[in-house]
Design a binder for this molecule. Structure first.
Ligand SMILES: NC(=O)c1ccc[n+]([C@@H]2O[C@H](COP(=O)([O-])OP(=O)(O)OC[C@H]3O[C@@H](n4cnc5c(N)ncnc54)[C@H](O)[C@@H]3O)[C@@H](O)[C@H]2O)c1
Length: 232
């Protein structure tokens, strides 16, 4: 029996699942979605592990935190496991998202249609530039940062995405927290200070690129050292 979590209204309330496992759950969800779309009804832990790019022992351990052990010789029911993981992550429900900073990145994020199918609905666009208030992006008009409080309250935003320049990010985070938002996705190059109980995730593509560069460097044969210069 899974003793790691209690249930309230059918929703997990205290998961006790390790952070590293939580970080892999969306990867399993994506792999299961693709497998389900290809018509697969059941999947072995090896198949799912390969699709998710992890080893199968780790996958089985991760899924055991959800109380999901699969059936010997059959594997996991793709749809049910998908449902279990989606429920655990919380993407079975709809999350309302506000984006702050509607420049290049903010507009690209607001135009991306893929969030909706994963349970995230962008419901508000906010910017500090008063001249852009009312500018339409899809069916959303840009609101002013001074109205953030009202926007968050009226549209029930629970996640804030910061896509402003770095020097504005802390001020925006403070405003988000003051308006009641407790989950922030930060794209700006700034380390945010937030009160306990507020979760911040930082996205930094340059760090990802640096990690790739590190591995790429090791795939290549060592550079031939230039001939030593002999000083006369
Ligand atoms: N994390 C990553 O991998 C990654 C990738 C690309 C860009 N970025 C960062 O994302 C941020 C946005 O980049 P961009 O190219 O879209 O910039 P941009 O200059 O095109 O847009 C920034 C927007 O923020 C608005 N803004 C400025 N101060 C504000 C405030 N106090 N309140 C609300 N809105 C405010 C501006 O009016 C503008 O519309 C930058 O910090 C950039 O460094 C991060």
């Amino acid at each position: 029996m899974n003793q790691l979590r209690a249930q309230a209204n059918g929703r997990p309330v205290s998961s006790g699942i390790p952070e590293a496992t939580v970080a892999r759950l969306p990867v399993y969800l994506r792999a299961l979605t693709a497998l389900g779309e290809s018509g697969l009804r059941t999947v072995s832990s090896e198949q799912l592990a390969t699709a998710a790019g992890v080893n199968s022992a780790k996958l089985r351990k991760d899924l055991s935190y959800l109380g999901s052990y699969g059936t010997r010789g059959v594997g996991y029911d793709v749809e049910y496991l998908r449902y279990q993981i989606a429920r655990e992550i919380g993407v079975n429900q709809d999350w309302a998202v506000v984006i702050i900073g509607i420049g290049n990145l903010g507009q690209a994020l607001s135009n991306y249609g893929g969030f909706r199918s994963r349970g995230f609905r962008i419901v508000a666009l906010v910017d500090g530039d008063a001249s852009r208030v009312g500018e339409m992006h899809g069916d959303l008009a840009i609101a002013h940062i001074d109205d953030l409080d009202q926007v968050v309250r009226e549209r029930g935003c629970s996640i804030g995405v910061i896509a402003t320049p770095g020097d504005a990010a802390q001020g925006v985070a403070d405003r988000l927290v003051a308006s009641g938002v407790t989950s922030i996705l930060n794209f700006a190059p700034a380390v945010l200070t937030v009160p306990a109980g507020v979760d911040v995730r930082k996205v930094d593509l340059s760090i990802e690129l640096q990690i790739l560069a590190y591995h790429e460097q090791r795939k290549r044969p060592p550079l031939v050292q230039s001939e030593e210069v002999v000083e006369s």
